[in-house]
Design a protein around this ligand. Structure first.
Ligand code: NAD
Length: 257
């Protein structure tokens, strides 16, 4: 088991990458605190993990709120005693996020509050717990749009993921000698609700796939496997990385026919 005796906190656990990560981490021996604003979906994730014999506990929290983040970390230590893995994964891509002219200030604020401030708050409260455990691994979900211009404009989302990527590098450098690693998982476009809601026509989906050498969307389960590597001691010499898992998008100039 690759996460035996570890305690992991996963945000965005009600769906997509977060749900798959809770299930996989629990299968690999971790006790998992599953955090989400969506009570129903979060509890479903925990029930699924438990039905496979795993240990998981749901905590309802809005990760854009300081007090909620303090409480989710407190719950981890109260229930499982320690915290070793902090997977700041929750995020939103709002449907009315567009180019700089079309995007409302409220869309910018909401996106930054969840995607960027949520990661900051997770670290603010999570790092003291990782220290108390003698060290650990932080995984922050950024995106391929943090390293490449998006073909479909989504300016608030793109800026928020750039913030996650640069924040993660700083976290890695500042905390390296405390035995705390921090890496940014940068998924390519995935066949999850978040992206399929945003690319809501077949034309938009095909437009995005033009850029993917593999010619398909990724799966949330493929991101969970990457997160498992980053969470486990197998990645013990890896910190500050831009860990791109994207079907080859960032390697391509022209994609094959
Ligand atoms: P998803 O919509 O399936 O899951 C996101 C989860 O975050 C949901 O369960 C939602 O309830 C939760 N959430 C939203 N706001 C929250 C808040 N304020 N507090 C707590 N939980 C909240 O999406 P996903 O594709 O699994 O996305 C996970 C992460 O991956 C996000 O950060 C997203 O930006 C990133 N990402 C996704 C893609 C993609 O193509 N789907 C690509 C690159 C990066």
């Amino acid at each position: 088991m690759r996460l035996a005796d570890k305690v992991a906190l996963v945000t965005g656990a009600a769906s997509g990458i977060g749900r798959e990560a809770v299930l996989l981490f629990a299968r690999e021996g971790a006790s998992v605190i599953a955090v989400d604003i969506d009570d129903v979906g979060g509890r479903e994730t925990v029930a699924a993990a438990e039905s496979e014999g795993g240990h998981a506990h749901f905590v309802a929290a809005d990760i854009s709120q300081d007090e909620a983040c303090r409480q989710m970390v407190e719950e981890s230590e109260r229930i499982y005693g320690r915290l070793h893995v902090l997977f700041n994964n929750a995020g939103v891509m709002l449907g009315d996020d567009g180019d700089s002219q079309a995007t409302a200030e409220s869309v910018w604020d909401q996106t930054m509050n969840i995607n960027a401030k949520g990661v900051f708050l997770g670290c603010k409260h999570g790092i003291p717990a990782l220290r108390r455990a003698g060290g650990g691994s932080i995984i922050n979900t950024a995106s391929f749009v943090a390293v490449l211009g998006a073909a479909t404009p989504q300016i608030a989302y793109t800026a928020s993921k750039g913030a996650v990527l640069s924040m993660t590098r700083e976290l890695a450098v500042i905390h390296a000698r405390e035995n705390i690693r921090a890496n940014a998982l940068c998924p390519g476009p995935l066949r999850t609700k978040l992206l399929m809601d945003f690319l809501d026509t077949e034309e938009k989906r095909q437009r995005r796939l033009v850029h993917v050498p593999m010619g398909r969307f990724g799966e949330a389960s493929e991101m969970a496997k990457a997160a498992l590597f980053l969470a486990s001691d197998e990645s013990s010499y890896l910190t500050g990385s831009t860990f791109v898992v994207d079907g080859g998008i960032t390697a391509a100039y022209v994609t094959p026919e």
